[in-house]
Design a protein around this ligand. Structure first.
Ligand SMILES: Cc1cc2nc3c(=O)[nH]c(=O)nc-3n(C[C@H](O)[C@H](O)[C@H](O)COP(=O)(O)O)c2cc1C
Length: 295
C-alpha cells in the first residue's frame, strides 16, 4: 500500500479524478486529496472525501488542519504527489515556483516525486508558454505525462485530453516502482517516426508518420519495466558522398558510380532537366525535333 497525495486542478476533466481515486483504492493505495479553488468548481470536496475515505484539503488557511497536520507534513507524508488534472494554470504556477494556494505550496514544499497528468484545450497545450512550462517542469524532475489526443469537451480535436485513469494508474505505479512489471530486465528497442525506403541514391518513398505511436509504445514498455532505447526517427537525410557525386554527374549527363539510371532517363528530376539542355543525347534529340517542326 502506497500513500498518494492527489491534487485536483480546475479543469473539466476533474470528474475523472473520481475514477482515478476508485482505481487507486482498488489496487490497495491510500489516497488523500487536495482540491484547488478551480477544482472545486468541477467536483465537490464531499465527493472526493467519500471516494477516498479521507479528509479533503482545500485551503492553506485552514487552522484546524494546520494544528493537526501542517502543510509541510501533508506534503511529506505521501509516497508520491499526483496532479490530475494538471491545468495550464497549475502547470504554469508549478513551473514558476509559486506558492499562492495550498496545492502549489505543497508542491514546492514536498520532498517526494511529483507526477502531473495535464488536461486542457489543444490550443492551450500547444501554446509555447505551456510547452515552456512543461519543459521546465521535466527538467526539474517532475514526470509530466503526455495528454491523450482526441475529441475534446470544447468540441475541438487534438492532444490535450487527460490520459485515461487506468493509464494514469499505470504511470503512478511505474513511478512508485510497484505494479506489474512483466518486462523488467528486458530491452525493447522502439523506432518511431517516418521511414525512408530508397528507390535509388537520390529518391526515396516516405510516409507522414508523426512518431506518436512509437512514443506511446515506448512509454507503455517503460511502464511495464523494460529498458527502452528509442530511435526518434529519421530527421533530414544527409546524402552520402556517393549520392552527391552521382547527382552532380547526372546533371552533367554522365552516369554516376551508383548506376546508369540517371543517364537512361530514370534518374532524379533535377539531373534529367539539366541533361536535356546540355550536351547529352537528350539535347541532340530535342534539337532534331525542333528543326523538323520548323521545316
Ligand atoms: C468550463 C471550464 C472548463 C475549463 N477547463 C479547463 C481545462 O480542461 N484545462 C485547463 O487548463 N483549464 C481549464 N479551464 C480554465 C481553468 O479553470 C482556470 O485556468 C483555473 O484558474 C485553473 O485553476 P487551477 O490552477 O486551480 O487548476 C476551464 C474553465 C472553465 C470555465
Amino acid at each position: 500500500m502506497k500513500r498518494i497525495l492527489l491534487i485536483v486542478g480546475g479543469g473539466i476533466a476533474a470528474y475523472k479524478s473520481c475514477e482515478l481515486i476508485r482505481l487507486l483504492r482498488g489496487r490497495g493505495h491510500q489516497v488523500r486529496c487536495v482540491l484547488t479553488e478551480g477544482g472545486s468548481q468541477f467536483v465537490t470536496p464531499m465527493t472526493l472525501a467519500a471516494l477516498s475515505e479521507q479528509p479533503v484539503h482545500t485551503s492553506l488557511w485552514d487552522l484546524k488542519d494546520e494544528a493537526e497536520m501542517g502543510h509541510i507534513q501533508l506534503s511529506r507524508q505521501a509516497d508520491l504527489v499526483v496532479v490530475a488534472p494538471a491545468t495550464a494554470d497549475l502547470l504554469a504556477r508549478m513551473a514558476a515556483g509559486l506558492a499562492d494556494d495550498l496545492a502549489t505550496t505543497l508542491l514546492l514544499a514536498t520532498d517526494k516525486p511529483v507526477l502531473a497528468a495535464p488536461a486542457m484545450n489543444v490550443r492551450m497545450w500547444t501554446h509555447p508558454a505551456t510547452a515552456r512550462n512543461v519543459a521546465r517542469l521535466r527538467a526539474d524532475g517532475v514526470t509530466v505525462l503526455e495528454p491523450d489526443e482526441g475529441a475534446m469537451a470544447c468540441g475541438e480535436y487534438g492532444p490535450g485530453r487527460l490520459p485515461e485513469p487506468a493509464a494514469i494508474v499505470a504511470a503512478i505505479e511505474a513511478a512508485l516502482g510497484t505494479g506489474d512489471r512483466p518486462l523488467a530486465g528486458r530491452h525493447v528497442l522502439v523506432t518511431a517516426g517516418p521511414t525512408h525506403e530508397p528507390i535509388d541514391p537520390v529518391r526515396y518513398l516516405a510516409n507522414r508518420s508523426s512518431g506518436r505511436q512509437g512514443f506511446a509504445i515506448a512509454r507503455a514498455a517503460a511502464m511495464l519495466g523494460a529498458r527502452v532505447p528509442l530511435d526518434p526517427g529519421r530527421r533530414r537525410q544527409r546524402p552520402r558522398p556517393c549520392d552527391q557525386r552521382d547527382a552532380a554527374d547526372a546533371g552533367r549527363g554522365r552516369a554516376g558510380r551508383c548506376g546508369d539510371r540517371a543517364r537512361d532517363g530514370g534518374g532524379g528530376g533535377g539531373g534529367d532537366a539539366r541533361r536535356r539542355g546540355g550536351d547529352g543525347r537528350g539535347g541532340r534529340r530535342l534539337a532534331r525535333r525542333a528543326a523538323a517542326a520548323e521545316a
